[in-house]
Design a binder for this molecule. Structure first.
Ligand code: BEZ
Length: 211
């Protein structure tokens, strides 16, 4: 059965480029991004892992640790990391799970046989500090992911966990947000004393509360 938003992220113990990791222990009290790539020594994956490495300070700001998996061996991951560093100008600064027996890939339903072979597709799971899955994303092997978009969703999740707001289409940190439709105007006045712009009774725009 596939994993859904709100499910507890399945725990596992696996060999990685940073030694043996128990996933839940490794996450600690922070957030995590578990993502799969199809194969080592392939072009799109090389750019993707370089991109994640280059965004380490951005993931750190969001208390989010990245961890990557494919069905290749740890040995291959280590050799390929040299290529990533050389071609992408950024060292791999996160663990890569060696999963030749497909334990993690199957636990997270990352193998989609209709996509050509038995390697993992481009899956992403964002996991919060309670180990709950908060976002899933699946891209085909041919399309590299947009990691700015993943950071944007983490921003939205962390904001909306703390304030009674939701974020509109194409929202970026600092833009106006939507007052939760669950709040009456009387309740909204307590939470948003500076007011809002009511476009429709269900669409009330306000300044981002933590800015
Ligand atoms: C790539 O990373 O370029 C790639 C890997 C597997 C299938 C297609 C593309």
């Amino acid at each position: 059965m596939s994993l859904r938003l709100g499910d507890t992220a399945p725990d596992f113990t696996a060999e990685t480029t940073e030694g043996t990791i128990n996933f839940h222990e490794w996450l600690g009290n922070g957030w995590g991004m578990l993502m799969s790539h199809p194969a080592d020594f392939t072009p799109v994956c090389t750019t993707e892992l370089g991109s994640v490495g280059g965004l380490k300070t951005e993931f750190d700001k969001r208390d989010t640790k990245a961890i990557v998996v494919s069905v290749d061996s740890v040995d291959d991951h280590n050799k390929w990391s040299e290529d990533i560093k050389e071609t992408q100008g950024c060292a791999v600064n996160f663990p890569i799970i060696g999963d030749p027996d497909r334990k993690v890939a199957e636990l997270y339903d990352m193998i989609h046989p209709g996509e050509g072979d038995t390697s993992t597709v481009r899956s992403v799971f964002i996991i919060d500090s309670n180990k709950k899955i908060r976002m899933t994303l699946t891209y085909p092997k041919s399309a590299g992911r947009n990691f700015q978009e993943i950071l944007r969703v983490i921003d939205s999740l962390q904001l909306t966990d703390n304030y009674k707001v939701t974020t509109p289409a194409n929202w970026q940190d600092g833009d106006d947000v939507i007052i939760s439709p669950a709040l009456s105007n009387e309740e909204a006045e307590k939470h948003f004393p500076n007011g809002w712009n009511e476009l429709k009774p269900y669409l009330r725009m306000t300044k981002q509360p933590n800015k």
